[in-house]
Design a protein around this ligand. Structure first.
Ligand code: ATP
Ligand code: MG
Length: 180
């Protein structure tokens, strides 16, 4: 499975509809400070179901919508689409191409879509469960998180490694079962 395309419109500094396509291999995104590199990774995390506005450097979720500049008025809608090549079926849906979209309006209402069909946030989150990617997996390491990992207690670091290896869910299931 791989991310092949990212479409951003009205999200943070990306007022105009922008499409980034990713070839096989490693893609580097470079640019001066404040040019929007972090906004790109935040768009990816947001589309995959990020629910914390603070985790996206905002106060409230509608803060992700383009807030306007001296030359350009604020917008009322942010939209992010991610396209995945799923020929290996790493994502739990029987389709070669998977496209997910998240929209948010100024009043805070949100919409989610999988392959153009309206769905719930829960459906997006469960699509990525155990895939190694997702809104809170360690496939996206933000600024500051590296230090957090280095400075964490050994027990917490173990949790990080277990999550990355995909075995953390079994531990949670085991604990739930033992409690019953
Ligand atoms: P650095 O190299 O410092 O990490 P960066 O390339 O990661 O920089 P970002 O943090 O992605 O830059 O982008 C910050 C820019 O995005 C700022 O100029 C900020 O004003 C702009 N920005 C953030 N949220 C919004 C918003 N809702 N509307 C308009 N612009 C926004
Ligand atoms: Mg940055």
């Amino acid at each position: 499975m791989s991310l092949t395309s990212l479409i951003i419109s009205g999200f943070k500094s990306f007022a105009d509809k922008t499409e980034l396509t990713f070839d096989k291999g490693v893609t580097g995104i470079v640019g001066p400070n404040g040019s929007g590199k972090s906004n790109i990774t935040e768009a990816v995390r947001w589309a995959m179901g990020e629910q914390s506005a603070k985790g996206l450097r905002g106060e409230h979720m509608p803060d992700v919508i383009f807030a306007g500049t001296q030359l350009r008025p604020a917008m009322n809608l942010a939209l992010v689409t991610l396209k995945f090549d799923n020929q290996d079926r790493a994502l739990k849906k029987d389709a070669d191409q998977i496209e997910i979209t998240r929209k948010i309006f100024r009043d805070g209402t949100s919409e989610f879509y999988i392959n153009q069909k309206s769905c719930r946030l829960k459906d997006i989150v469960s699509l990525f469960l155990d895939s190694g990617i997702g809104r809170s997996s360690f496939s996206i390491i933000s600024q500051g998180q590296v230090e957090e990992i280095f400075n964490s207690r050994p027990e917490d670091r173990r949790t990080i490694i277990e999550e990355t290896a995909g075995i953390h869910q079994y531990k949670i299931q085991k604990e739930t079962t033992l409690k019953k």
